[in-house]
Design a protein around this ligand. Structure first.
Ligand SMILES: [Zn+2]
Length: 637
């Protein structure tokens, strides 16, 4: 119940940002090892939190219902736990055998790396690497899930780290090998029909050669790796003293009962909570600010060493986003900020809660509109008898609110710290299903692990699309006008998530720029930039304590530039949804083709070829905003 620390808790005022840090998904920008280690650290507080857990349950039941609501019915509780034996390895011995086999494969792979680069050898090598990635991801996920559901299992983490290090070395050796192959030989290999799916991956290695550090440079910079360590964030946030929020009938702990007060029907309770949260955060603004500035400077130095202009350019490159595209998006959204300010407070809360059985039914009904392939994968995923969901709260569970596997391995799977049946939980499950089903579709289509991951905004857009789909489904199928109004407001709220994510992205972007250009040198500079930029999107004058909003953007510290990913994902999700409403049948056909294809080309080419979207078009963002405006008219009818 450590919601205070959950990475995917919605930080946006629009309550709509479900950030999911996938296992290893951010490894280009953050060391997941460190990230997971920081989670284990924060779990040390769990002794105190257990007391709050029972308190939380009592509060909720008192407020919302005289009868006891069960988010997961008792009879099903044991099914909503991972069945790792069924989905991964039947026994520890079988896992060890698999690991052993992986190690043997590495020996033979290394042997091949020492052979001459013939067409046949190159073909074999890439297939071997693809298989190694597959084995690695499967074991990695297995170990990670063991840890997520039992954070005292440190040995799973240690083993996971060591396999990860082994895999990093194999990738690096492969890159060096490929770069030494003569062009002519490489081109004749890539012309083979069997090699076609790997062309994008191999060409990426060639094109990025100037950014690779030499072994001696890597060695030299090793002692500065601590700058990438974000553990200071959890340590400082954990040290903040808590506070109490009062409602007419109850009291809530500021951090441990966050979901309860954030979803409280009384607006004054929510406002009091927000105000006290900012006050609490500001007590550690100074140490956090100095460490953040230091971290960004360090990361920027690494980018420069890798021959990028700066940290921003390195990340834009990796995301295949032009800096000009980003600027156009910021300008487009900013130009509509007054409109957003006017309508963003349409926040409605409802007493209704949804058992996991109801949620599953709602989701499957919504997914039917996406065609058979999608529906059948979702049905298998959500069937509790398949043991692919782990959502029942308890002790020693990882603090992240939602995590889903995104790689095309045997089974996709997802985890929620604790499913409590709020509308926001319904959205969380919809969102995570978006990640997991995409992974299943890729797996069924036998996508190589080398093409199994791309920029975070892709996979995030699939999760966000599902939030729109499900909330709209509820609106369309409401049983009376009261329910219809409620779900319409929820759907509109999901659309407005764009403005929240743009605000966060703009704040982060300007903080990074400021630190890189050395205009920002101290924590109070972070406050003033946040106030200045944030005010373009929201009224900060009434609650000036919001100037420390930068502190609540957890990914600033754990995955720099993720807020930008998130904003782009929001735009894409809305664009897909617009297409969906225009023509459901043709949309679902192309969307499924897109999802199952994997990342065989640059993100902008994939979007153009599969979804007819040009992300670099100046009209892309304004068109999305026009759509939001037209949907808003439904609310005023
Ligand atoms: Zn997500």
């Amino acid at each position: 119940m450590n919601l205070r620390l959950s990475v995917s808790q919605p930080t946006s005022m629009y309550q709509g940002k479900w950030l999911t840090i996938k296992n290893r998904a951010m490894e280009n920008r953050i060391s997941p090892t460190k990230f997971i280690a920081s989670l284990s650290k924060m779990r040390q507080r769990s002794k105190i939190l257990l007391i709050h857990f029972s308190f939380f349950v009592i509060c909720i039941s008192k407020i919302y219902s005289q009868q006891i609501f069960k988010p997961v019915p008792d009879s099903l509780a044991t099914l909503y736990k991972y069945d790792l034996e069924k989905n991964f390895f039947k026994s520890e011995a079988e896992f060890r055998k698999y690991l052993n086999n992986f190690n043997n494969r590495i020996v033979s792979y290394k042997r091949n790396l020492n052979k001459q680069a013939t067409v046949q050898n190159l073909e074999e090598l890439i297939q071997e690497l693809s298989q190694l990635e597959y084995d690695f991801r499967k074991m990695d996920l297995y170990l990670f899930l063991q840890y997520a559901t039992n954070t005292t299992n440190q040995s799973a983490l240690v083993l996971e780290d060591s396999i990860y290090d082994v895999m990093l070395t194999q990738r690096s050796m492969y890159r060096n090998y490929i770069r030494a192959v003569p062009h002519k030989t490489l081109n004749s290999v890539l012309a083979l029909p069997t090699m076609k799916p790997y062309a994008y991956y191999v060409n990426g290695i060639i094109n990025n050669r100037i950014h690779e550090l030499s072994p001696s440079e890597t060695d030299l910079l090793k002692s500065f790796n601590y700058l990438k360590n974000n553990r200071y964030y959890d340590n400082l946030i954990n040290s903040i003293a808590t506070d109490i929020i009062y409602s007419a009938t109850d009291t809530f702990d500021l951090f441990n009962d966050m979901k309860a007060w954030q979803n409280h029907p009384d607006e004054s309770v929510r406002a009091e909570g927000e105000q006290k949260l900012y006050k609490a955060y500001s007590t550690v603004a100074s140490p956090l600010g100095y460490q953040y500035i230091q971290m960004i400077k360090g990361l920027n130095a690494f980018s420069v060493a890798k021959k990028y202009k700066n940290l921003i350019q390195e990340n834009c490159d990796k995301l295949s986003l032009y800096d000009t595209t980003l600027q156009t998006i910021f300008r487009g959204i900013e130009a509509n900020s007054s409109f957003a300010k006017k309508h963003s407070r349409q926040h409605k809360n409802d007493l209704k809660r949804y058992s996991i059985t109801e949620t599953t039914e709602i989701l499957l009904n919504s997914f039917q509109e996406l065609g058979n392939d999608y529906y059948s994968q979702a049905r298998q995923l959500l069937n509790p008898r398949n043991g692919r969901l782990d959502i029942v709260g308890g002790k020693n569970r990882m603090g992240m609110q939602g995590v889903a596997s995104v790689y095309p391995i045997d089974v996709s799977i997802f985890y929620a710290n604790s499913y409590e049946g709020y509308f926001i939980d319904l959205m969380l499950i919809s969102h995570e299903a978006g990640h997991a089903v995409q992974a299943s579709l890729m797996n069924e289509n036998k996508v190589s692990l080398l093409n199994g991951s791309g920029p975070g905004y892709f996979t995030e857009s699939f999760g966000k699309f599902n939030e729109l789909l499900v909330s709209y489904y509820l609106y369309e199928n409401a049983k009376d006008s009261i329910e219809q109004n409620f779900y319409l407001s929820k759907y509109i709220e999901r659309l407005f998530v764009l403005f929240g994510s743009a605000e966060e992205a703009a704040i982060e972007y300007n903080l990074l720029q400021g630190i890189i250009k050395e205009n920002i040198t101290k924590p109070s500079d972070l406050d003033s930039i946040t106030f200045l930029i944030g005010s373009k999107y929201r009224d900060y004058t009434k609650t000036p304590e919001q100037k420390v909003f930068w502190m609540r953007l957890e990914t600033n510290f754990k995955a720099p530039m993720h807020n930008i990913n998130d904003m782009v994902a929001s735009l894409l999700a809305i664009r897909y949804f617009q297409q969906f409403l225009n023509d459901k049948k043709s949309f679902s056909a192309k969307y499924n083709r897109f999802l199952k294809n994997g990342y065989t080309d640059s993100p902008s080419n994939l979007l153009r070829d599969f979804m007819e979207i040009n992300i670099n078009d100046v009209n892309f963002c304004p068109d999305v905003i026009e759509f939001i405006k037209s949907e808003l008219l439904k609310l005023n009818k």
